[in-house]
Ligand binder design. Structure first.
Ligand code: GDP
Ligand code: ZN
Length: 376
């Protein structure tokens, strides 16, 4: 998974100037002199004008996750570090679950913080990190691994990573009470496509309808290759499958309120919703902000990502022209229109509209596209 190694010139904040050369890494290099430390030493080399320069060369690994920007991964002495996963992060402080299961409260190493990036926080919930443990279950995050599956939002021109390493988005809707809203599913699918995170369409409360009635609608999603999960938190239908889907994965749960998200979470694991609520209440009192995401570990393995904001999230940062490409069923046609900048709404000789007329694209999906395009 590791990307290409490259040297990256980075700008540092002014406050680094006064700081003496961090001797930690050099000392270790002399003591042990193994290849890892050799790299660690090189990675902190100050170039050119000595301590006064604010540019340093950092050997890093370029992240493949395009949206999260360039993830700079300084080399560190991993022998002294533990690997873990950030359960929640308030920027300066992060709660990290070591792979061994213990929980550590961690600060972030200054080098990581001072590296210029577009991100508001260098550490986000869901990050895989190496941290140097200290007494009293505290530690310092030394390195953040390249990310995949990033949910972020842009505020004031900067990207804010809400959660990283999301494996899947469970789009929860209900067959009835409230009525199934295909347009909302379409919107959430667009967000998943944009983030390149696998969506799973979960339709709860199937005990209230004849599942056959859902076929025409859900068949369209199935043909596009989306996984569909028919569920009833009340009868337990589909719950074993859902459990298998979330096991050992990091899942974000989204959907309108009232569709049964809490009930499904409890069906997956007894008392899970209560645990989520307890953690939320505790962190609201603490140093973590209310809107930040948190990972709730599942007893069977895997994590449910909870954020009050994400649960009913809207489309973020999508340029209208991009929407067509994010509709899986429209995508094959969007480049075949007469006009290269075709919006597929009113133009003549539009391959998308032709495909709708030919029945190659579902008419309801096309309407949904138009609605999304116009509302951006
Ligand atoms: P949330 O707002 O998405 O978390 O939804 P809740 O889990 O709070 O559920 C909303 C309401 O739907 C509650 O009254 C549940 O008892 C009910 N409910 C949840 N799942 C089902 C289901 O599978 N079938 C039926 N009939 N009702 C359900
Ligand atoms: Zn077109």
């Amino acid at each position: 998974m590791a990307g290409k190694k490259k040297k990256i010139r980075t700008s540092f904040r002014k406050n680094r100037e006064a700081r003496p050369r961090n001797s930690d890494l050099t000392t270790k290099f002399h003591k042990q002199g193994n290849s890892l430390d050799d790299e660690a030493s090189r990675s902190e080399r100050i170039s050119g004008k000595g301590a006064l320069t604010r540019k340093r060369t950092v050997v890093g690994v370029e992240s493949e996750a395009g949206q999260s920007g360039l993830a700079v991964v300084p080399e560190v002495d991993l022998h002294e570090c533990l690997k873990g996963r950030v359960l929640r992060s308030g920027g300066l402080h992060s709660t990290v679950e070591a792979d061994t299961g213990e929980i550590y409260e961690c600060a972030t190493r200054r080098l990581l913080k001072t590296l210029s990036t577009d991100q508001r926080h260098i550490v986000a919930a869901g990050d895989r990190v190496y941290f140097r443990p200290a007494d009293h279950r505290e530690g310092i995050i030394e390195r953040v691994e390249p990310r995949h599956g990033v949910l972020c939002r842009t505020s004031k021109g900067r990207q804010h990573v809400l959660v990283a390493n999301v494996d899947q988005i469970l789009i929860v809707s209900s067959a009835a009470e409230p009525t199934l809203k295909p347009h909302l599913i379409d919107r959430l699918l667009v967000t998943a496509e944009q983030s390149r995170i696998t969506p799973i369409i979960c339709v709860n409360k199937i005990d209230l309808v004849d599942p056959a009635d859902l076929q025409p609608l859900l068949g369209v999603f199935g043909q596009m290759g989306y996984q569909i999960c028919l569920l009833s938190a009340t009868t337990g239908a589909g719950v074993p499958l859902l459990r298998e889907l979330v096991r050992d994965r990091q899942s974000v749960v989204v959907g309108q309120s009232g569709v049964g998200k809490s009930s499904l979470l409890n069906a997956i694991e007894d008392g899970l919703q209560l645990r989520i609520r307890t953690v939320s209440t505790e962190t609201q009192k603490g140093r973590h902000t209310t809107t930040s995401a948190q990972l709730i570990p599942l007893a069977m393995g895997g994590y449910i990502v909870d954020t009050p904001g994400i649960r009913q999230f809207q489309l973020w940062d999508i340029i209208p022209r991009e929407v067509g490409g994010l509709f899986r069923d429209l995508r094959p046609f969007v480049n075949n229109c007469r006009f290269p900048n075709c919006s597929h709404t009113h133009e003549a000789e539009c391959a998308v509209k032709d495909s709708v007329a030919d029945g190659k694209i579902d008419a309801r999906r096309y309407e949904s596209y138009c609605q999304l395009f116009e509302n951006r």
